[in-house]
Design a protein around this ligand. Structure first.
Ligand code: CO
Length: 206
């Protein structure tokens, strides 16, 4: 007996619709992918990379985890970045957080959630790093929104510091790292004004 029949119905309808619009679509995609973008975002079900950016299958390589964290010893994330940069030759890496992020909120409040608290310690590190600025905001909604933004900026810097990105820049490969935040309430992306295209762009204590 087939499980989750509604999902398979959805899938058949989707595949048929795509083929109607572009008969060669799946055949072409099966032969190669050529994405220009790597998206590193939150696992939150409300933040689907392709839909938000209006991109088709094949146009964005994706890595998602809770609170869009880039840890230098995370082989999963590093492997995605390395494959995207060295093999797919993406031109842009987008680190995208979102307002209303449950992971960021739990890190901020020290919520008891079990094992995942260890993962979220990386976001708590960002909070500690920027505690003076965050404490000055007083209103908790503004503090949380700002921590979402600061977390994106820190994780984008982490991407820049990987040997993968440093080596790509050293050999002259065109590669930019962007920090964005997505609004659940309006569906809009915001550019946080951080765009790193060379080692000199990162700033701060390297
Ligand atoms: Co989130």
């Amino acid at each position: 007996m087939k499980k989750l029949p509604e999902i398979f119905e959805n899938n058949r309808a989707w595949a048929a619709g795509m083929t109607r619009k572009q008969p060669e679509f799946f055949k072409r995609l099966a032969e190669q992918q050529n994405p220009k973008y790597l998206w590193i975002g939150c696992s939150d079900s409300r933040v689907p990379a392709n839909e938000i950016m209006g991109l088709m299958p094949g146009e964005v390589f994706v890595h998602r985890n809770v609170a869009n964290v880039v840890v230098h010893t995370d082989l999963n994330c590093l492997s995605v970045i390395q494959y995207a940069v060295d093999v797919l030759k993406v031109q842009h890496i987008i680190v995208c957080g979102h307002y209303g992020c449950g992971g960021v909120q739990a890190a901020w409040q020290g919520t008891k959630l079990g094992m995942i608290e260890n993962w979220l310690l990386h976001v708590r590190d960002v909070k500690q790093l920027h505690l003076a600025e965050l404490s000055g905001l007083h209103d908790e909604h503004r503090q949380l929104d700002r921590l979402c933004e600061l977390n994106v900026l820190e994780q984008a810097r982490h991407v820049c510091r990987t040997t993968i990105v440093q080596d790509a820049w050293a050999r002259g490969q065109a590669l930019s790292i962007h920090g964005w935040v997505y609004g659940l309430r309006d569906g809009l992306l915001r550019d946080l004004g951080a765009c790193f295209s060379s080692p000199g762009d990162i700033g701060g204590a390297e």
